[in-house]
Design a binder for this molecule. Structure first.
Ligand SMILES: O=C(O)CCC(=O)C(=O)O
Ligand SMILES: [Fe+2]
Length: 297
């Protein structure tokens, strides 16, 4: 794997940022975000994990030392109470609106940015490599417009052995690729061999952020640590004039209404903020998921 191209030098150069995104399908920034807010979200998530026995007793909470068997999104019933509690966190949703994140996307789209409220958090257990996020494109899940950008942000330093994210540079230029079912987040994978492109990865430090286009193929690296949880968040952004599907305005997994999520929030600033915008809602198509099922029959 080759290292990420760092784009801090181009942060003030709109044309260069756009050029790099267009060429590579990703932008990587070191130290884009303030560690305080990231560590606040980390603490909130680990406190929930601790209450549910996912974090080892008698250890420093912020180290994120795993306890018990791996719990996997979409596979284990035990995942839900923890994930529901994370979805109720004001800190987790507020971080998606951090100015440096919105600023990068606004430079790419040249218009006011819509922050999708469907924010996602990941808790990846160690040594559970079968469920490592497979190579996939976000577009098949999100749809609306291809011009959606994901920001992937680890909530700690994230060396490759903790299971960071890798992108297949240039893969966004191949359109929507055929899917197949796969283990790991999203449940759909793509075959990347025919593309003959290079995987790009690196060691993340707290504050680093990876942006990628909705057609850019990406995957997680295996969490090869003996005992650490990998915590990260992924947020999505697009231009406000671009179409989107209803699902992007619902909570991730849509297990409860926003009113439930907002119950303990202190501020209303980031509640229902999209409802005052004139958004163009378009249908979501199950076609990518169905085509995959047919191919496998
Ligand atoms: O963190 C992961 O394992 C998956 C992240 C991902 O697929 C995304 O951010 O779109
Ligand atoms: Fe993804």
């Amino acid at each position: 794997m080759a290292p990420f191209l760092e784009s801090h030098d181009a942060l003030e150069d709109l044309e260069e940022l756009k050029r790099r995104m267009k060429r590579d399908g990703y932008l990587f920034f070191r130290g884009l975000l303030d560690s305080e807010a990231l560590l606040g979200v980390r603490r909130d998530i680990l406190e929930i994990g601790y209450q549910h026995g996912w974090v080892a007793e008698g250890t420093d909470l912020m180290e994120g030392i795993a306890a018990g068997p791996p719990r996997v999104e979409g596979r284990d019933e035990e995942y839900w109470p923890v994930y529901d509690a994370i979805q109720r966190l004001e800190s987790f949703h507020t971080l998606a609106h951090a100015q440096p994140l919105v600023d990068v996307v606004s430079k790419l789209v040249d218009e006011p940015v819509l922050v999708h409220p469907r924010n996602i958090a990941r808790i990846i257990f160690p040594e559970n490599v079968l469920y490592t996020t497979p190579a996939h494109q976000d577009y098949v899940h999100i749809q609306g417009t291809e011009e959606v950008y994901t920001a992937w942000i680890p909530l700690s330093d994230c060396p490759q052995k903790l299971g960071g994210l890798a992108v297949l540079s240039g893969s966004h230029r191949f359109g929507v690729l055929p899917t197949r079912s796969a283990y790991g987040a999203g449940g759909l994978g793509v075959d990347t061999d025919p593309l003959s492109l290079t995987w790009i990865a690196g060691d993340f430090h707290l504050g680093d952020c990876l942006f990628f286009h909705s057609l850019t193929v990406h995957k997680a690296l295996e969490n090869r640590t003996p005992d650490r949880l990998r915590l990260s968040v992924d947020y999505r952004y697009q231009g406000q004039s671009q179409p989107l599907t209803k699902g992007s305005l619902l909570p991730h997994f849509n297990r409860m209404p926003w009113s439930e999520i907002y119950k303990a929030w202190k501020s209303r600033r980031y509640q229902y903020y999209w409802t005052s915008l004139d958004l163009k809602i378009v249908p979501w198509t199950p076609q990518h998921h169905q085509a995959q099922k047919k191919r496998e029959q």
